[in-house]
Design a protein around this ligand. Structure first.
Ligand SMILES: Nc1ncnc2c1ncn2[C@@H]1O[C@H](COP(=O)(O)OP(=O)(O)OP(=O)(O)O)[C@@H](O)[C@H]1O
Length: 231
């Protein structure tokens, strides 16, 4: 389980998270909802140590996140993060080099992991393509493959459908459900109720820097009251 207790965080003087008690159960797809600027990305970035709280803490399977370099390296193998904008994530010239980056950093032979990850995202055969020439949707799949290649236990996915067309979104729903059945737990943020309903097991709404509600059905989330798209 990923949990945060009394998590506080602000950028400069601006307080963004104000006592977040968040829970993401192992085996679930936990969907994070909230209006623009509510702090969803900021919370997600705490879950694999990209941001360090001002107060409170983050626990992964009962262990508090530690922020030294060695601890963060092993944390990021266990808890992968796919950014909203793939251009913030892709680091190497070619698809194969990019997806191999994580396993190589971990000191493992990347061959099998790269082949597996690219086939899971439907990009087998793209190994030698230049990342810079890919479409937005393809870049997003490469970014996901790069995280999958690390074989994470938890996968944090910030706005996964941003920039995807209908087919891309449907394929992503199927992939997330398959990977969940294979043992990867997801935390995803989204503004799209259809996508949320299709992938989610539980739904957490962030408002005014706090958890406003947590439900096992999207229908129970008071979308209109919190400025969200309706189901
Ligand atoms: N690096 C930063 N420096 C200063 N302020 C920031 C930074 N990143 C985000 N913010 C501010 O923090 C607040 C929360 O941003 P965040 O991206 O976490 O919201 P969000 O819920 O993910 O929004 P959206 O749904 O629009 O993506 C916003 O007011 C945003 O402007």
């Amino acid at each position: 389980m990923i949990r945060t207790d009394d998590l506080h965080f602000g950028y400069d003087e601006q307080s963004i998270l104000r006592g977040i008690d968040f829970r993401a159960e192992t085996g679930d797809v936990t969907v994070l909802l909230g209006r623009n600027g509510a702090g969803k990305s900021t919370l997600l970035k705490h879950l694999n140590g990209l941001l360090e709280p001002d107060r409170g803490h983050v626990m992964i399977d009962g262990d508090r996140i530690q922020y030294d370099d060695d601890s963060l390296l092993s944390l990021r193998q266990e808890v992968g993060f796919v950014f909203q904008d793939p251009d913030d994530q892709l680091v190497a010239p070619t698809v194969e080099q990019d997806v191999a980056f994580g396993p190589i950093n971990l000191g493992t032979d990347p061959t099998e992991a790269v082949e597996w990850a690219l086939s899971r995202v439907g990009l087998a055969g793209y190994e030698d393509r230049l990342c810079s020439r890919l479409s937005g949707g393809e870049k997003k799949r490469v970014a996901l493959a790069g995280v999958l290649a690390m074989k994470p236990k938890y996968l944090i996915f910030d706005e996964p459908t941003a920039g995807l067309d209908g087919d891309g979104t449907r394929a992503l729903v199927d992939l997330i459900r398959e990977l969940t059945n294979e043992g990867i737990s997801f935390v995803v943020s989204t503004h799209y109720p259809d996508f949320a309903a299709a992938v989610g097991d539980t739904f957490t709404l962030i408002d005014d820097g706090q958890v406003a509600c947590r439900e096992s059905s999207l229908d129970e989330i008071p979308a209109k009251k919190y400025g969200l798209r309706g189901v």
